[in-house]
Design a protein around this ligand. Structure first.
Ligand code: NAD
Length: 260
């Protein structure tokens, strides 16, 4: 049995992942702003510190895997704060425990998105990946202030930055050198509360269909993403390093073409 930390565990993909890992006999420490073993707000530096402290208290000296999954898809600066800085901050905060307290097969996964393939705000992505939260949040606040149509770029930008960060740091001494496979999953549209309203109307579905082609099996269920995450944090995953695995029914392949 392993001990896993899952953020965003109160809903959707995080909840499905926590349930699957627990069902397989593992211990799961759920982190969420709403409810869970550790209640913390990952949008602020203080909240991330509280989350790390709370997790270490709960873990009792044992952490085998971290799933940084909590996220927002609002056209607001908070989306960048949670999706990028929340995920990266929690992983930074738990990394040394992961090295010291794992049973020998530490693993880390973040939830990115097929939205990485959408247009992004390049200076915002750069500020994120540079770890400059102050600058990133200034840019994000400015984009938010221009209204939801402009603010819509915040979500893909946060996810592009997250996948780029994974690719940048995964092969370094900090992660690969410490024996930790660090990877991302990038789901297509998943039936969770995050997209519930959007996919409830014909208009919403038509808009999505144009932007997010999913030729294989259509929308996902949260459990189908959870199964991939569970493998990525399992000891079976020995050599996947810095990848963003698109579990998207083909969106990535259709949008990006045959370049590998
Ligand atoms: P969801 O809304 O059902 O769950 C997200 C969870 O994150 C919620 O429980 C929420 O309380 C938590 N959360 C939000 N802000 C937080 C904060 N500040 N601190 C701590 N927890 C916070 O959505 P979901 O679809 O399960 O999303 C999970 C992840 O999957 C997100 O990163 C999302 O961007 C990503 N994703 C979702 C889809 C989709 O179509 N649903 C597609 C691609 C990627």
């Amino acid at each position: 049995s392993r001990t896993y930390v899952v953020t965003g565990a109160a809903s959707g993909i995080g909840r499905a992942t926590a349930n699957l890992l627990a069902h397989r006999g593992n211990r799961v420490i759920g982190v969420d702003v709403r409810s869970g073993d550790v209640v913390a707000d990952l949008s602020t530096p203080q909240g991330r510190e509280d989350a790390v402290e709370g997790v270490l208290d709960e873990a009792g000296g044992r952490i085998d895997g971290v799933v940084a999954n909590a996220g927002l898809s609002l056209p607001t600066a908070a989306t960048v704060a949670v999706n990028y800085f929340g995920a990266v901050g929690l992983l930074h905060g738990l990394r040394s425990a992961l090295v010291a307290a794992s049973s020998g097969a530490p693993r880390a996964v973040v939830t990115s998105s097929m939205a990485t393939l959408m247009p992004v705000h390049a200076p915002l992505v750069e500020a994120c990946v540079a770890g400059d939260e102050e600058r990133a949040m200034l840019i994000a606040a400015d984009l938010e202030a221009q209204g939801p149509q402009v603010g819509a770029i915040l979500y893909p930008s946060s996810k592009r930055a997250l996948s780029r960060w994974v690719r940048r740091v995964a092969p370094t001494a900090t992660w690969a050198g410490a024996g930790i496979p660090l990877n991302a999953v990038a789901p297509g549209i998943v039936r969770t509360p995050m997209v519930e309203e959007l996919i409830a109307t014909e208009e919403g579905r038509a808009g999505l269909e144009a932007a997010v082609p999913m030729p294989l099996h259509g929308y996902l269920e949260a459990q189908q993403v959870a199964a991939l995450i569970a493998w990525l944090v399992s000891p079976e995953n020995t050599h996947l390093c810095g990848q963003t695995v698109y579990v998207d029914g083909g969106s990535d392949v259709v949008l990006r073409g045959e370049d590998v």
